[in-house]
Design a protein around this ligand. Structure first.
Ligand SMILES: [Zn+2]
Length: 327
C-alpha cells in the first residue's frame, strides 16, 4: 500500500522513540546492577570488552586464518560469559535477560526494517498513522460508553415501545458488539431521526475498538467523500480508499447528508461492495428511514444496506431533551 509522507514521518518517529526507550532502559538496568551486584557487573563488562577484542583482531593485520581462529575463540568465550551472567542474574532473582535490550519488536530490534524489508511492526504503524490522519480529516468526537445516558429516553413511549428499554437494549447490543468484535463481525445500519444517539454510540464503538488496537475509520460521510474527491482530482495527497478497505471496521456517519453525485454514488457502492466481499464489517448511520432508502439510492446500494443488521433508534432529539432537563 502507498502511504503519505506524513504517515511515514510519524511512524519513523515512533520507531526511533521505541529504540531510544529500549536503549535508555537497558542503560538504567546496567547501572542498577553496577550498584547492587558489582561482581555480575564486572563480568558483564568483561564480555563487552571481548566484543572490542573482536574489533582489535579485525584491525590487527594478522593472517586471515589466524584472525578467524581468534575471533571464533573470542566468540565462544563471549558466549560462555553471557551464559554465566545469565545464570548469576537468575540466582539473584533477576530475569536472565535483565542486561539485554528489551525491544518492542524483537524481529527487527526496533529498526523497522529487516534485511531490506519493512517489518510487520512498521507496516502496522503505517496503517495506524494513515487511519489516524484520515480520522482527523473526517473528524467526529469520540465518546466512551460510560458517558451514554439512558435518562434522555426516560418516560417516552413511541409506536407502542417503551423507548428507554428499547434504547437500553441497543446500548447493550453495541457494548457486546464491541467486546466480541471480530474481523467478520456483522455490518450494521443505524437509522432513526436526528439526535437519537446514533453518532454517539458509533463513536463509543470506535473508541473502544481503537483502544483495543483495531484499525477503525470513523468519519462523517460528507467529509470522507470530500477527501476522496480531493485525492481523485489531485488537490490532496492520500489513498483514503485503500486505507478504509484495509481497516478492521469502517463507520460512515450520516449517510444521506452528502451532496449526491455520480462520483459519491459509485464510491459508496464500491465501499459497501468491497466490505461485503472481504467479509469485513461496516456501520452506516442515517436519518433516512429504512423504507425510504430506495428513494435516494439505487437498488444495488439499497440491497447491500438492508442486508445489514438494522438497528432502529427511537426517542426525542437529545439536544432538545438536554434543554428540557435543564442540563
Ligand atoms: Zn519489527
Amino acid at each position: 500500500m502507498r502511504y503519505t509522507k506524513s504517515a511515514y514521518d510519524a511512524a519513523e518517529q515512533i520507531m526511533q522513540d521505541r529504540l531510544r526507550k529500549a536503549e535508555e532502559e537497558r542503560a538504567e538496568r546496567i547501572e542498577e546492577i553496577r550498584q547492587k551486584l558489582p561482581e555480575v557487573y564486572s563480568l558483564f563488562m568483561s564480555m563487552r570488552s571481548v566484543g572490542y577484542g573482536m574489533l582489535s583482531v579485525i584491525g590487527s593485520g594478522v593472517g586471515r586464518e589466524d584472525a578467524r581462529a581468534k575471533m571464533k575463540a573470542l566468540r565462544e568465550q563471549n558466549e560462555s560469559t553471557r551464559e554465566t551472567v545469565r545464570g548469576m542474574l537468575r540466582s539473584f532473582g533477576y530475569p536472565e535477560d535483565y542486561l539485554e535490550y528489551h525491544y518492542f519488536c524483537s524481529t527487527c530490534s526496533d529498526r523497522g526494517y529487516k534485511e531490506g524489508k519493512r517489518c510487520g511492526c512498521m507496516e502496522k504503524l503505517l496503517k495506524e498513522q494513515s487511519i489516524r490522519e484520515l480520522n482527523k480529516n473526517c473528524s467526529i468526537k469520540l465518546h466512551d460508553f460510560s458517558e451514554f445516558d439512558l435518562n434522555f429516553y426516560r418516560g417516552i413511549k413511541q409506536e407502542g415501545y417503551d423507548v428507554m428499554s428499547k434504547m437500553e437494549m441497543i446500548y447493550r447490543y453495541c457494548v457486546d458488539y464491541s467486546m466480541d468484535f471480530r474481523e467478520d463481525s456483522p455490518s450494521m445500519l443505524f437509522y432513526g431521526k436526528t439526535g437519537l444517539g446514533k453518532t454517539f454510540l458509533s463513536s463509543c464503538i470506535a473508541k473502544y475498538l481503537i483502544e483495543q488496537g483495531y484499525t477503525v475509520f470513523f468519519g462523517s460521510i460528507i467529509k470522507f467523500f470530500r477527501q476522496l474527491e480531493d485525492e481523485q482530482f489531485g488537490r490532496k495527497e492520500g489513498n483514503s480508499f485503500e486505507i478504509i478497505s484495509d481497516a478492521d471496521l469502517v463507520i460512515l456517519d450520516d449517510l444521506g447528508s452528502e451532496f449526491k453525485t455520480s462520483f459519491t454514488e459509485s464510491k459508496l457502492y464500491e465501499i459497501l461492495n468491497e466490505r461485503m466481499n472481504s467479509g469485513k464489517p461496516v456501520i452506516v448511520s442515517t436519518n433516512i428511514d429504512v423504507t425510504e432508502l430506495d428513494k435516494k439510492y439505487n437498488e444495488r446500494i439499497v440491497s447491500r444496506l438492508v442486508s445489514f443488521t438494522t438497528v432502529e433508534f427511537m426517542g426525542n432529539d437529545i439536544r432538545q431533551e438536554i434543554r428540557r432537563l435543564g442540563r
